[in-house]
Each structure stands twice: as C-alpha cells, then as structure tokens.
Write a protein that binds this ligand. Structure first.
Ligand code: ADP
Ligand code: MG
Length: 401
C-alpha cells in the first residue's frame, strides 16, 4: 500500500499512451437518486466524472462508460436500465452518446466498434449480470473484450470487490484512475496525514455502529469531535440518560461507554450535543436538555444551544470533516440544526470536507456545493478510505511511472 502524503501514486488517465482512436472503458458511478416521477433528482454524481470523459474525448479517445444502477440482483430489470442517462449525458457533454442494450457480448462489441471520434458509448447496467457483484472471471473477460485500456472514475463504488472495479483492471496493460478518483483520494488522505489545525470533525446521522471505527481513527487526529444527530443519543444512553423514544443503536452503547471511559484527552476531544428538539406522539415539538428528555418523546434535531456552541467552534477551525446530518433534515420541523450548520460552514474560511450520502444531499439542499472545499461523491467509500487508507479499487490500478 502506498504511503504518499498529498501525492497520488497511481497512473491517471492523462498518462495513458497509444489510446488515440481506441475505445477506453471508463467505470463511472451513475447510481443517482430518482424522484417519484422517475426523473433524476440529483445529477452531481454524474457530473463529477465528466471532466475525465471530456479529457478523453479531447485526446481523441472513444470513451465507453459503464455503471451500475440500483440493485437488479443479476436480472434484466427494464425500470433499472441506464438508457435513461443517454439524453442527460448528451446534454451535459454536448456529444452524441451511443447505447448498447447489454454490457457484454455482440451488442456491446457492435456499439463500441461503431464509435466515431467525439462520440461516447454507454453500456447497459452492469448489475443485470450476476457476475458483476460476484467478480466472476468469465464476466470480467467478456466485459474487457471491446476495450483497449481502463479508467476507474467510480469512487462511490471503489470499496466494492466487484468485477468492473477490481477484476477488469487486471485485463489491461494500462489501468488508470480519473480526476475524481485522484481528488477524492488526495483530499481524504490529507485529513489523516496532514490536517490543517484546528481540525474539527462533525458527526451525526444514524449508522452509529458503522461509524465507531471512524471515531477511533479520528480521535487521535482531531482537535475536537462534535457529535449530534441520532449518533448523540447512543452516547446519551452511555452516560445513563433516559432518551425516551429517541432512536438509539442499542449495540453501540457499550462502544460509546468504552470511549467515554477513556482518558481525559479523549473526553475533552469529544463534544456531545447538549440539547435536542423532540417530538411527542401527538406531534407537539419542544426543546429539552439532553438529560431531561421525557418518556414518549423522540429527539429529532439538535437544540439551539448546541447549534450555537457547534457553530462557534466550527468557525474557528482551519479544517472540518463532516459526516452525518444533525437531525431529520428531511422534515422541515427538524431541519434547523443541519441547515444552520451548513450555512455556517459555507460562510466560514475553513476548508470543509463533506462525506456521506445524506450529508452531501443536505449540503446541496441548503447551499451550493462550490462553497465547500470538497463534497465527496462516496458515502461508504469515503468512510472506508478514511479508516483503511486505501480502497480495493485503487490497489488494482497501475502505479504512476
Ligand atoms: P450519511 O448518509 O451522510 O452517512 P447517515 O446515513 O448516517 O448519514 O444518516 C442520515 C440520516 O440520519 C438522515 O436521513 C436523517 O434523517 C437521520 N437522522 C439524523 N438525526 C436523526 C435523529 N435525531 N433521529 C432520527 N434520525 C436522524
Ligand atoms: Mg446514509
């Protein structure tokens, strides 16, 4: 495993040689959310991979894009076809896009062989074949067949040991990363290795037990870790407070207790929410101190004291990493904590790095993502990269020459 600091050890698409006029397979992550009417509600993940596609077009390469979409479980599911992305891509790229109704076989080969300079190919949903998630060797070979080289630009899937992520690169003499992969890697690795100080971490959301490894990784690195969202409830329980009907991950309580029992250093790094906004079963909403949540009430946002305290601390940070919303921001009654901290972070001078699916959505809901140093396109992938220092999808790429 490379131990670079800001440097990126792998070959990038700019370093590919002898690929002019050749089809290059580009694994992208177009697993975007849809609205109820089936339209694409958020194209950020798509747009993030397009600079690399444009570079390849400019270099005279024929980019052939491949992605998964949803969980069709190895079956052809027409409602999960990626054909819906053709007009969106044509619009965003300003280039014609040819589509193949299967990602392997004659259909894919035929489409790729017809590509002309300036055109982009798109293969049907990779997960219509069970071989994708199983990383099946025969599927890997078929997928590789029409390509001359490989580029991974699917950061959000690069923690998965799937055919198009870890199998495919080995089929080519040149397997490179795209611009997005490089940016995600260098930004997230920087947090661990060389953060600007004061370095603050803001954590919330629900998946507490999933995120304990992250807390343990960041504890020795961060100057402060601020904890809100449902994650805070698990710590309240560990402190012995009754949290009423609030969401608590019972399995996480003993981990939280262990953390809180550690040395004074740890206790002063962890800053828990001090008050909450909660909802009663009849719909009334009130604020409570964290040790006074009545039975039958459900905490759904951080309270105003906590918002002020977190805001003051965040404004003084040089670098911030944020994962997990502060409350149920999907409901307007409980969006205040998340919205206010998004606004504070957008306006302050610190370098703010955001990771996590819902956290990224919250940022996009209240501010333009450009206001932030980096909004990761990966949820699980971003957290795993922080914990493990690398991902399976990076380890199979060629090293830079
Ligand atoms: P991310 O996807 O950014 O990693 P998570 O998946 O951990 O974040 O958590 C996101 C979800 O957490 C949001 O959908 C939000 O509604 C929920 N959430 C945050 N605070 C609370 C709370 N106090 N009670 C219930 N759910 C909460
Ligand atoms: Mg999530």
């Amino acid at each position: 495993m490379p131990d670079g600091s800001d440097s990126f050890p792998w070959l990038t698409h700019e370093g590919l040689t002898d690929v002019r006029g050749e089809p290059v397979l580009v694994r992208v992550d177009f697993n975007v959310p849809l609205s109820e009417d089936g339209s694409i509600s958020d194209t950020r993940r798509m747009e993030a991979s397009l600079p690399t596609v444009r570079d390849l077009l400019d270099a005279g390469v024929h980019p052939v894009l491949m992605s998964h979409f949803g969980r069709p479980g190895g079956n052809r599911s027409p409602d999960l076809s990626v054909e819906r992305f053709v007009p969106v891509l044509e619009d965003l790229l300003g280039s014609p896009v040819r589509f193949a109704t299967d990602c392997i076989g004659d259909e894919a080969r035929g489409m790729v062989s017809e590509l002309r300079s300036g055109e982009v190919g798109l293969l049907e949903n990779l997960r219509f074949h069970a071989g994708e998630t199983a990383n099946e060797p025969s599927f890997v070979e078929e997928l590789a067949d029409p390509g001359a080289a490989y580029v991974n630009e699917a950061f959000g899937t690069s923690h998965r040991v799937h055919a198009s992520i870890v199998g495919l690169p080995g089929q080519f003499e040149q397997a490179a990363a795209g611009t997005l992969m490089k940016r995600e890697y260098t930004t997230l690795t920087r947090i661990r290795e060389n953060p600007e100080r004061p370095f603050l971490v803001l954590l919330g959301g629900v998946k507490v037990s999933d995120k304990f490894p992250l807390i343990r990784t960041l504890l020795p690195i961060a100057d402060r870790i601020l904890i809100g969202g449902a994650m805070a409830h698990t710590f309240f329980s560990a402190l012995g407070y009754d949290v009423g009907e609030s969401l608590v991950e019972v399995d996480g309580v003993s981990d939280a207790t262990t953390l809180l029992e550690q040395c004074e250093d740890v206790r002063s790094t962890l800053v828990l929410a001090e008050d909450v906004r909660a909802e009663a079963s009849d719909g009334r909403v009130e604020s409570f101190s964290r040790d006074e949540i009545p039975p039958d009430w459900r905490a759904k946002d951080i309270g105003s004291k906590t918002v002020d305290r977190f805001a003051t601390q965040l404004k003084e940070a040089a670098m911030v990493f944020w994962n997990g919303p502060m409350g149920v921001f999907e409901e307007s009654e409980f969006e205040t904590g998340t919205r206010e901290l998004v606004n504070v972070l957008a306006d302050c001078d610190s370098k703010v790095i955001v990771g996590g699916g819902e956290t990224g959505a919250a940022v996009a809901k209240y501010e333009s993502s450009d206001q932030f140093h980096h909004v990761s396109t990966g949820g699980g992938a971003a957290l795993e990269l922080l914990e493990e220092k690398s991902l399976p999808g990076f380890e199979v790429l060629d090293l830079a020459k």
